[in-house]
Design a protein around this ligand. Structure first.
Ligand code: FE2
Length: 196
């Protein structure tokens, strides 16, 4: 029981740390895309909350090392609606956070979830967070995988351009300072990577 509680605590900390790192990358992408200061500030607030709905998914599913069953995958996917529900309210910041929570797993080619939105039907905040989310997930250690080297994660983002990701957001990603000179870098901490 204690072990389960400790693992649950570590999981929550991991989700928050992921949110913080992801927000750093998302904000850098928005600035690279020359979006307004107001947009950037809304994104800075909303991005760390993208996975808040995972609080409603059992920790043993989120921490499982083995491949998930179809039922477990469906359970994990409920986090987007749970997040939107938790972020219900008025005001631009909450509305943006709800939009991000709901759309960050949509895909540019229309095969994402929960609605199968396609291309620019997906709100821009969701398209930006999608790239930042996958990048941070790849370079981070997870229960089911080791941390990937940054150049391998970069290649995976490029591979998803036009299918999973908005090509313009991927272009902005490749323009970030940390993406230049890859091959000479081994850092696996995106915030530091971004500042270098
Ligand atoms: Fe998510």
């Amino acid at each position: 029981m204690l072990a389960t509680t400790e693992r649950g605590g570590a999981l929550r900390e991991g989700i928050w740390a992921h949110g913080d790192r992801l927000a750093t990358v998302a904000v850098a992408l928005a600035q690279r895309l020359k979006l307004s200061a107001g947009f950037v500030e809304l994104l800075r607030f909303a991005a760390p909350l993208h996975d808040i709905g995972k609080a409603a998914v059992p920790a043993e599913v989120l921490l499982k090392r083995a491949p998930l069953t179809a039922e477990e995958i469906a359970l994990v996917r409920t986090h987007v609606h749970e997040g939107a529900r938790m972020l219900a309210g008025s005001g631009a910041r909450l509305c943006t956070a709800r939009e991000v929570a709901l759309t960050h797993h949509e895909r540019w080619d229309g095969t994402g979830y929960p609605c199968g939105l396609r291309g620019e039907e997906i709100p821009l905040v969701g398209r930006i967070v999608a790239v930042a989310d996958v990048f941070d997930a790849l370079v981070s250690e997870r229960p089911y995988k080791p941390a990937w080297p940054i150049d391998a994660a970069r290649a995976e983002i490029v591979r998803g351009s036009g299918s999973q990701f908005d090509p313009k957001v991927v272009e902005a990603f490749l323009d970030l300072p940390g993406c230049r000179g890859l091959g000479r870098r081994a850092a696996s901490e995106p915030a530091r990577w971004l500042r270098d």
